[in-house]
Ligand binder design. Structure first.
Ligand SMILES: *Cc1c(COP(=O)(O)O)cnc(C)c1O
Length: 395
């Protein structure tokens, strides 16, 4: 067994070796500023536009509609804030969900303080929004629907195509935070009627600090960073050339082996889910059983503290998460699990395991064996668990 078993791919992923070797020359030999006139530097402009094509191809977008940003959070901020600003005359109502990533959620909270009205759609026990709820939330002041493609904690995939259809029917802009879905599962912005889409390099074996916002042609939203003419003046600042080149290569790799990876990850995920549910008592799977990302498993273990679970997994060389990287470290239960109606004590015992293409069946089996031991050990120290077992014996 390797020293480290990494099961936290929803938090971040390693840069693929092939991605890394594409990037390296752009740190030194090819350091030129893409805006410069001489060929040494202007070649970099062409390299950027090749990466733009690779990134666009993966979602059937036109390359001219891709705007590079410094990551997923920036793309989310841009989409939501600038749509609200651009459409102020038409209305000031935004519809989103209770389970968005904080990049969307906290942007909406910020806008609420500025007088924007926001509807946070609830989700069912599987973390799915209801299309009927969405339709009834729409008013003639609604200017934006922002619903994430797939959730970063529970992996649930939303009915994006249906949402796109409704948005189009009502002439409302549809933005989706696809940071977890991009490069993992098929996305077609045209067939799905997506107007804006956010993605981030480091979630699909590209580098950190680079992402993009897809803005469909004809959608007139303002610049996010004012300055030079980069990204058609909409996102100024000298381009992160190595980052862009790396993300482009990562998109190509994702496209090449998507089918194979989905198959492999789904098999491992299902093995993990089936074994945990059948071999460990008092556990539930969070998120939809089938409409979920191929690499996501999220469990709640009753009578166990998620934090203790993580520490003990760490002692066994296993990297996992109790929710999103942003919420772990705080003791507040996950807003996603709460929105699904889980009571606080069950939320506290939750564990997210997210797979990547390098994980093996042996690693998964080892992890399950560790989990069984750890859960048993933690429960044996839990007074609540003792109580429950005693009461059961009495009946
Ligand atoms: C990671 C993540 C983000 C933030 O992306 P960064 O590039 O880290 O800023 C946004 N949304 C979702 C769903 C994510 O998983």
């Amino acid at each position: 067994m390797k020293d480290l078993i990494y099961l936290d791919h929803a938090a971040t992923t390693a840069v693929s070796p092939a991605v890394m070797s594409e990037m390296i020359p752009y740190f030194n030999e090819k350091f030129g500023n893409p805006s410069s006139i001489y060929e040494f530097a202007s070649n970099n402009k062409e390299a950027i536009n090749r990466a733009r094509i690779s990134v666009a191809d993966l979602i059937n977008a036109n390359p001219e509609d891709i705007y590079f940003t410094a990551g997923g959070s920036e793309a989310d901020n841009w989409a939501v804030k600038e749509t609200v600003r651009a459409l102020r005359k038409k209305g000031n109502h935004v519809i989103t969900t209770q389970i968005e990533h904080h990049a969307v959620l906290n942007t909406c909270k910020f806008l609420e303080r500025e007088g924007v009205e926001v509807t946070y759609l609830p989700v069912d026990e599987n973390g799915m929004i209801s299309i009927a709820d969405l339709e009834s939330a729409i008013t003639d002041r609604t200017i934006l629907i922002s619903v994430m493609f797939a959730n970063n904690e529970i992996g649930t995939i939303q009915p994006v195509k249906e949402i796109g259809k409704i948005a189009e029917k009502h002439n409302i802009i549809f933005h989706t935070d696809a940071v977890q879905a991009y490069g993992q599962i098929p996305i077609d912005v045209k067939a799905m009627k997506i107007d804006m889409l956010s993605a981030s390099g480091h979630k699909f074996n590209g580098p950190k600090g680079i992402g993009f916002l897809y803005i469909k042609e004809g959608i007139e939203i303002g610049s996010f960073i004012h300055g030079g003419h980069q990204e058609k003046g909409k996102r100024a600042g000298t381009e992160n050339v190595p980052g862009i080149i790396g993300m482009g290569k990562a998109a190509e790799l994702a496209m090449e082996n998507m089918e194979e990876r989905i198959k492999k990850e789904t098999e491992l995920r299902d093995r993990l889910i089936d074994r945990v549910l059948s071999e460990i008592p008092y556990v539930r799977l969070n998120g939809h059983r089938f409409k979920r990302l191929p690499n996501n498993a999220n469990f709640s273990f009753q009578f166990v503290e998620g934090e203790s679970l993580l520490i003990m997994l760490d002692m066994n060389g296993i990297c996992a998460s109790s929710g999103s990287a942003c919420t772990s470290g705080s003791l507040d239960p996950s807003h996603v699990l709460k929105a699904m109606g889980l009571p606080d004590d069950i939320c506290h015992g939750s564990l997210r395991l997210t797979l990547g293409e390098e994980n093996t069946k042996e690693e998964i089996d080892y992890t399950i064996d560790c989990l069984k031991d750890i859960v048993e050990k933690l429960r044996s120290m839990s007074p609540l668990y003792e109580d429950m077992i005693l009461k059961r014996k009495q009946v």
